[in-house]
Write a protein that binds this ligand. Sequence first.
Ligand code: NAP
Length: 279
Amino acid sequence: MQGAALAVRIREQVAADVAALGQVGLATVLAGDDPASHIYVTRKHDAAREAGITGVDHRLPADVDQDELLAQLVELNLDEGVDGILVQLPLPDHIDAGLVLGAVDPAKDVDGFHPLNRGQLSLGRATFVPATPLGIMTLLAEYGVPLEGAHAVVVGRSEIVGKPTALLLLAENATVTICHSRTSDLGRMTRDADVLVVAVGRPGFVTADMVKEGAVVVDVGINRTEAGLVGDVDPGVAERAAYLSPVPGGVGPMTIAMLLRNTVQAARNRRSPLASPRS
Ligand code: NAP
């Protein structure tokens, strides 16, 4: 499942939508010096710029005062030129991430991490769905993967990937199993999956013997190794799977495309607040 190609098409549509809207703004807030986070935020701004979205890029030191960070968010919440706000995770240890994510205006919360948006997602009426899970679902839809009645197994239960992905699969009437580090006999679960989503953060964690013949496998993992960027799924799985999303070029590019799409959605909603949230 080639996310890179699909993401290009979505970004073209986003650029057309931005041109029609006139001006769309995306602000990011990054605290600390995690090199991967700096790369991710730079990539998001590059993609936003290419789509005609105006970027506001706040990079704060690792020892930033929590109140200062919150004050920055208040300013962005009030800024009429900013439609979407993204707080890059992880935040430094001394910062209360829950408090910070809860301080983003839910109407500008294009990452879908505000408690209100998380709650709406679990009720099946989300305004903003987190970008990676939305990218996974869009990729599955693009390839016509049947979800109704399918057994979907999600390995990983993080708040940003595993849990929201499981909720979205459930909303599509899949029968969902969520696995994590305490799951006993993981292979028994994964071998029963028609659709297997792997978001663990361990290179080559899922091997061919853990996958059913003809399953659809989505590899969310991004692991930097000496051999380069690799996923959580061993490439040998391609021999057994009907579909496998590659790393790189699978879910990663979809995540950025979905962030841009959510930003356009936020801009539309803010211009006509009475319109349906996901038109
Ligand atoms: P995370 O917060 O570290 O969560 C990892 C999950 O894997 C946890 O739920 C953990 O279980 C589970 N796990 C760990 N060891 C396991 C084991 N031996 N057996 C079964 N489950 C196990 O990671 P994340 O943020 O969800 O990210 C996961 C991966 O996706 C990472 O490689 C990350 O870089 C990548 N990622 C990619 C994108 C993208 O755009 N493509 C976006 C976000 C993340 P417990 O809950 O029990 O600890």
